[in-house]
Design a protein around this ligand. Structure first.
Ligand SMILES: Nc1ncnc2c1ncn2[C@@H]1O[C@H](COP(=O)(O)OP(=O)(O)O)[C@@H](O)[C@H]1O
Ligand SMILES: [Mg+2]
Ligand SMILES: [Zn+2]
Length: 522
C-alpha cells in the first residue's frame, strides 16, 4: 500500500470539516444557500490554515447540483473531478509560476467560453500576490466586467502585496492561525483514526511546533511516524524533530530565577550535547520569560499564551514564585543581550556568559545599568591615571588658546538633545555626561566641569574617549565645536561627612555611581 501523506488524506471536503475558520465557512454557506455570491473572493492567511481547502469546497459547492445546505455532495462527477484536480471548469493556477501577462491573457481568452457542465467556470489563483504588474492590470480588466459565468478565488499569504485596485473588487476573508488546542485535537483525531499511538503530551509537542498551521502539524506527524512507526514516544518526537525539551526550558528558567549559575551551565551543556541550536534555545528562554510575565498580568492568559492547560498552570506557578520585578529584569536583560548571540561563532560560550551574568545578579537595579556600572568600576580599579596621561590631557584641554565667541545656546535643551543622541551612539559616555551640566555652552565651545578625583572625571583622560566625544559633538551640532574641561571642586565633597571622606577612592566612586550612602560602618 502506498502511503498517502496525511495533509492530503485529511483535506477537509465539507465546510464543517474546516477547523478554526468558522467565521468564513459560515458566511460562505449562507452566501451559497441564499445565492448571494461575489464575483471574486480573496482568501488571505498563513500557510496551511485552509485557504486552498476552502477554495475547493467553494468551487465544488458552486458547481454541484446535488449539494445541500451550502455544502457540495462530493459524490457527483463534477465534485469528484474537482477533488481530483481534473475538472475543466475549475482551474487552479499557481500565481508563483504563472506570473506573467501571457498567462493572464490566456486566462482572459478562456473565460469567454461557457462552462462545460454547471453554471460556472472557476479560477483559483494561488499566491496571487506573485503576479507581475502587467498581469494584475490585465486581471483587473476582467474583474471590472466579469462575465456572469465566471468566479475568481484568489489566495495569498501576503495580502499587502496585492494591489488595492484588485482588493477592492474582491470579497475578502482573512484566515486565522489555528489555535494550539484545536491543532492538538485534530492530531488526536487523526492518530486515532490512523491507528497511531501517541501520548497527549506528544500531540501537544507536535501541535506547538506547528505554530498555528495544520498542514505543518500533519507533516510533522508524517515525519515522526515515518521514523518511529505506529508507536510514537515523546522522546522520539523531540529527537526526530530536533525540538528542545520543554522541561529544559522550565529548568533553566528556574535556575535563572534562583540564581543557580552552576545549574545553568549544566543545562547549557546538555543542550549543546544534544546538538540543539543554541540560538533557538535562547529564543525559547525569552519566549518563556515573556509567557511568565503575561501570565501574571492577564487573568485569562490562555488568550495571550498559546500553551496547553497543564503547562499554563505550571507557568503561572513559576511566575508567582519569581515575582514580577525579577521577571521583567530578566526579560529585559535577555532582550538586550540577544545581539551577543547574533554575531558570535561561539554561541555556547556567549550563552554561558549571558546566563552567568543573569543568574548571578539578583539586585533590584536594572541589570543593564548594573553591569555597566560594575564594568565601569572594574576599569576604575584597573588603571589609575598615569602622569603621562595627565600631561597629554592638560595639553589637549588647555583652555587658553580658544577665545570664546559668546553666543549662548539654549543650553539645557540643546544639551539634553545631545545627550539623547549620544545615548544611541555610546550609552556609557552618555551616562557619565548626564551628571555634568556644562558651565558654558556656545556655538563653538562647550565647557564641562571636570572633577579630577572622581572616576568619571578620568574617563575623558583617555584620549580615545575624548576624541570620540569631540566627534559626536561635531556630528550632532554640525560645527567645529571645542570641548574644554574645567577643573572643579566637587561640591559633593564638601557636603560629605568626615566619615565618608576617610573612605578609599574606589569605594567613594561606588557610592557615587550607585547614588548610595553609608548607612553603617563596621
Ligand atoms: N482549517 C483547516 N481544517 C482542517 N484541515 C486543515 C485546515 N487547514 C489546513 N488543513 C490541513 O492542511 C492541508 C493543507 O491545507 P490548505 O488548505 O492547502 O492550506 P493553505 O492553502 O492555507 O496553505 C489540508 O489538506 C488539511 O489536511
Ligand atoms: Mg494553499
Ligand atoms: Zn456534487
Amino acid at each position: 500500500m502506498t502511503y498517502e501523506i496525511l495533509a492530503r488524506k485529511w483535506r477537509p471536503q465539507l465546510f464543517e470539516e474546516v477547523i478554526g475558520q468558522e467565521h468564513i465557512t459560515q458566511t460562505l454557506k449562507n452566501a451559497l444557500t441564499s445565492d448571494r455570491l461575489a464575483h471574486a473572493y480573496l482568501f488571505s492567511g498563513a500557510r496551511g490554515v485552509g485557504k486552498t481547502s476552502v477554495a475547493r469546497i467553494l468551487a465544488k459547492a458552486l458547481t454541484c447540483i446535488k449539494g445541500q445546505g451550502g455544502n457540495p455532495c462530493n459524490k457527483c462527477a463534477s465534485c469528484i473531478e474537482i477533488t481530483n484536480g481534473s475538472s475543466v471548469d475549475v482551474q487552479e493556477i499557481d500565481g508563483a509560476s504563472n506570473r506573467g501577462i501571457d498567462e493572464i491573457r490566456n486566462l482572459r481568452e478562456n473565460i469567454r467560453y461557457l462552462p462545460s457542465h454547471g453554471k460556472y467556470r472557476i479560477y483559483i489563483i494561488d499566491e496571487v500576490h506573485m503576479l507581475t504588474l502587467p498581469a494584475f492590470n490585465a486581471l483587473l480588466k476582467t474583474l471590472e466586467e466579469p462575465p456572469e459565468h465566471v468566479k475568481f478565488i484568489f489566495a495569498t499569504t501576503e495580502p499587502h502585496k496585492v494591489p488595492v485596485t484588485i482588493l477592492s473588487r474582491c470579497q475578502r476573508f482573512d484566515f486565522k492561525r489555528i489555535p494550539l488546542l484545536k491543532i492538538e485535537e485534530q492530531i488526536k483525531r487523526i492518530t486515532k483514526e490512523e491507528g497511531i499511538k501517541i501520548s497527549d503530551s506528544g500531540s501537544s509537542i507536535i501541535a506547538r511546533e506547528a505554530g498555528g498551521s495544520l498542514r505543518d502539524a500533519e507533516s510533522l506527524l508524517d515525519q515522526v511516524v515515518s521514523f518511529t512507526g505506529l508507536n510514537v514516544e515523546d522522546k522520539q518526537i523531540t529527537e526526530v524533530l530536533g525540538i528542545i525539551d520543554r522541561d529544559l526550558t522550565y529548568k533553566i528558567s528556574q535556575a535563572i530565577i534562583d540564581g543557580n549559575s552552576k545549574l545553568c551551565l549544566e543545562i547549557i551543556d546538555e543542550i549543546y550535547n544534544y546538538g540543539y541550536e543554541i540560538k533557538e534555545f535562547y529564543n525559547e528562554i525569552m519566549n518563556h520569560f515573556r509567557n511568565l510575565i503575561v501570565s501574571m498580568i492577564s487573568q485569562d492568559s490562555s488568550q495571550l499564551i498559546d500553551l496547553p492547560d497543564n503547562e499554563l498552570k505550571e507557568t503561572k506557578k513559576q511566575a508567582k514564585q519569581a515575582g514580577m520585578e525579577r521577571l521583567l529584569q530578566s526579560l529585559n536583560f535577555l532582550i538586550n543581550r540577544e545581539v551577543d548571540l547574533r554575531y558570535t561563532n561561539n554561541p555556547r560560550i556567549a550563552l554561558e556568559a549571558i546566563l552567568l551574568k543573569l543568574s548571578g545578579l539578583r539586585e533590584y537595579l536594572s541589570f543593564d545599568e548594573l553591569i555597566k556600572k560594575i564594568e565601569d568600576i572594574e576599569k576604575r580599579l584597573d588603571k589609575s591615571i598615569s602622569t603621562e596621561h595627565k600631561k597629554s590631557f592638560e595639553a589637549a584641554f588647555g583652555d587658553k588658546e580658544y577665545p570664546t565667541k559668546e553666543t549662548p545656546m539654549d543650553d539645557g535643551k540643546k544639551w539634553g538633545e545631545f545627550l539623547h543622541y549620544l545615548t544611541t551612539k555610546n550609552r556609557a559616555m552618555a551616562n557619565i555626561l548626564k551628571e555634568w551640566k556644562p558651565y558654558k555652552f556656545s556655538e563653538n565651545r562647550i565647557e564641562l566641569p571636570y572633577r579630577e578625583r572622581s572616576f568619571t572625571g578620568s574617563y575623558f583622560n583617555d584620549p580615545e574617549h575624548y576624541e570620540q566625544l569631540v566627534a559626536y559633538t561635531q556630528d550632532f551640532f554640525q560645527s567645529n565645536i571645542k570641548i574644554v574641561f574645567k577643573k572643579q571642586n566637587d561640591p559633593k565633597d564638601l557636603k560629605k561627612s568626615s566619615g565618608e571622606d576617610r573612605l578609599p577612592e574606589p569605594l567613594k566612586d561606588i557610592i557615587d555611581i550607585f547614588e548610595g550612602k553609608i548607612v553603617k560602618e563596621s
